[in-house]
Design a binder for this molecule. Structure first.
Ligand code: TYD
Length: 140
């Protein structure tokens, strides 16, 4: 799917442990970082997300534990297992996402290209499909 990339982040490790750094305007984070948030204490069977963004890029990293990240471009759906702090998903705009199967200790960190803005959200899957079709110039 062209709407996201899986990235192996560089680990700076030595005998004291490991460190990963994320900077703006890099190959793996090609936008200015304007917001960071993280999700934790989510029950295993809960489904989060269930929305798309009209104009937001995000880098998602599961910094502790594991969870499933579902990405949907309106045509196909992929499930990515996030289970290491060294793997990131770079998500472009107009991607429907859902997160589920959270482990007890899961901390999901999201690095975003813009401030929180509810107007940028599409919360309804039918509306998302209509907007995807419009962008492709298809009849809705
Ligand atoms: P929500 O969008 O429902 O989270 P998720 O997509 O993971 O299911 O956000 C949960 C709450 O947090 C909701 O009240 C909105 C608030 N929130 C902020 O205040 N700032 C933010 O940057 C985000 C992402 C959410």
């Amino acid at each position: 799917m062209e709407v996201f990339n899986i990235i192996d982040l560089e680990i700076h490790g030595d005998n004291r442990g490991s460190l990963i750094s994320v900077e703006s305007f890099t190959e793996y984070c090609p936008f200015e970082i304007k917001r960071v948030y993280y999700i934790f204490d989510t029950k295993c069977d809960v489904v989060r997300g269930e929305h798309a963004h009209r104009n937001l890029k995000q880098l998602v990293i599961c910094i502790s534990g594991n969870c499933d990240f579902i990405l949907d471009n309106g045509v196909e759906r992929e499930i990515i297992k996030l289970n290491t702090p060294s793997k990131a998903i770079l998500i472009k705009d107009m991607v429907w996402r859902e997160m589920t199967s959270f482990s007890d200790n899961c901390v999901l960190m999201v690095i975003a290209s813009d401030f929180y803005n509810t107007n940028d959200y599409i919360y309804d899957y039918g509306e998302y499909l209509r907007e995807v079709k419009k962008l492709k110039g298809e009849k809705v």
